[in-house]
Design a protein around this ligand. Structure first.
Ligand SMILES: [Mg+2]
Length: 282
């Protein structure tokens, strides 16, 4: 067994799945397959449900036949659950699961009028999530999402939950805010304040420590500010890490390399980066 040439931690929505169509391009799956065959361990680190990741990524790669020795895992729901490609078993952290009332409140709000712009992601097991409909313009969703998030915070607070929404805090009777409302470009999540990309990175390293040697060098890829937490975590452990930012905002200053893909964003940038890696390492 030799040290892997590189490790990959990949956000899914943005760099891998198109934020518009929510689909994964076949050529990106080809390049992931080549990288797995070259001994590159890959962990998907996403807020998505395990069902989404299984359908769009793990399933198609397993159906093709994973290369010998492939190390492919998915940490879903921002660290709430995780699985290994081909294994079928899903592990869940019960402590991260939001109270049942969160699901009820989402359903009420959609019944009350927000269904024109969004739908409930019924695949979530630890988070509660609404997602933008793919048939409404992004600007319409963004406008509805703002009002939705404020209504959601008020209703959850009224139900006795302590929640955070951006820099606003709605403490529970004990003064705590254990839950977070986290809006992104295509969704709003209700989640534990412990959930996130840093927790996902920790779980990723645990999964890889169990199935082989850890790489010294890593690439982390994401389109959101929160995705930097993957690289922050690895850098904090002394690893050699490059973060690839495929989002629309200017890259952040960090004590490690931060790359962009000039002229490209989101999944087009993700595809180009993985293609270049597969050509170099495959
Ligand atoms: Mg993303």
């Amino acid at each position: 067994m030799s040290t892997p040439p590189l490790g990959l931690l990949l956000d899914v929505d943005g760099p891998v799945a198109s934020p518009e169509s929510r689909t994964v391009a076949p050529e990106l799956l080809d390049d992931l397959w080549r990288l797995l065959g070259a001994g590159v361990p890959v962990v998907l680190n996403t807020g998505r449900s395990v069902d989404f990741v299984a359908e769009r990524l793990l399933g198609p790669l397993v159906a093709r036949g994973l290369p010998a020795g492939a190390r492919l895992h998915a940490v879903c729901e921002k660290g709430g659950l995780w699985t290994t490609a081909g294994a079928g078993e899903v592990h869940l952290d019960d402590e991260l699961a939001v109270p049942a009332v969160c699901h009820a409140v989402l359903a009420e709000l959609l019944d009350g009028g927000y269904a024109d712009a969004m739908f409930v992601d019924t695949g979530k097991r630890t988070m509660a999530t609404v997602e933008a409909r793919t048939d409404v313009p992004a600007a319409h969703y963004a406008q509805r999402q703002c009002a939705f998030d404020a209504d959601l915070a008020e209703r959850l607070s009224a139900a006795g939950l302590g929640v955070q929404l951006g820099d606003r805090s709605f403490p529970d009777a004990a003064g705590r805010t254990p839950w977070r409302i986290d809006p992104s470009v295509i969704a709003t999540d209700v989640e534990s304040v412990r959930a996130g990309k840093a927790l996902g990175a920790r779980r990723a390293l645990q999964l890889l420590a169990e199935d082989g040697l850890l790489p010294h060098a890593w690439h982390t890829v994401g389109d959101s500010r929160s995705d930097y937490a993957m690289a922050d975590h690895l850098h904090g452990l002394g690893a050699d890490v490059t973060h690839v930012d495929v989002g629309p905002l200017p890259p952040l200053d960090r004590p490690f390399r931060v790359h962009t893909v000039p002229g490209l964003g989101y999944d087009a940038a993700g595809r180009a980066h993985l293609r270049a890696l597969a050509d170099r390492l495959g």
